[in-house]
Design a protein around this ligand. Structure first.
Ligand code: AMP
Length: 126
């Protein structure tokens, strides 16, 4: 069920196509709830995207409509990917864009996992 006022899920989006195996991805991790793969245009030495398997446009949609099992499974998958990549000691950054002001390009919820160097300020100053 889409969040009121937001567009419905678009099954043609690129991450839906990756989930269906229609286009390739450099897979890092997969389980019942989530798929993780390398970003095609990395912005840090490590730049992995973690997506839920369900049809959710964004964090707004996911947090409102996903089941507790989906939310728990997804959050645990994000943590496992970071742990398995050995990122807990050096640290990492998670980022999820939602909607126009964030610049979200792909309308399937994804968490960016950045790491591999000091990442600087959270966002550019205004
Ligand atoms: P966002 O701006 O948060 O929607 O981020 C979308 C991200 O998806 C960008 O960092 C893109 O580089 C990445 N991306 C787009 N297409 C692909 C693809 N086919 N495989 C992996 N990453 C992709």
């Amino acid at each position: 069920m889409p969040v009121s006022g937001l567009p419905p899920y678009d099954d043609a989006n690129i991450f839906a196509r990756i989930l269906r195996g229609e286009i390739p991805a450099k897979k890092v991790y997969e389980d019942e709830w989530a798929l993780a793969f390398h970003d095609i245009a990395p912005q840090a030495p490590v730049h992995v995207l973690v997506i839920p398997k369900g049809r959710y446009c964004s964090f707004a949609d996911f947090s409102a409509s996903a089941s507790d099992a989906e939310i728990g499974g997804f959050v645990r998958a994000v943590g496992k990917v970071a742990r398995d990549l050995g990122l807990e000691a050096p640290g990492y950054r998670l980022l999820a864009n939602m909607g126009e002001h964030s610049g979200q390009e792909v309308p399937h919820l994804h968490v960016h996992l950045f790491a591999g160097r000091p990442l600087g300020r959270m966002i550019p100053s205004a």
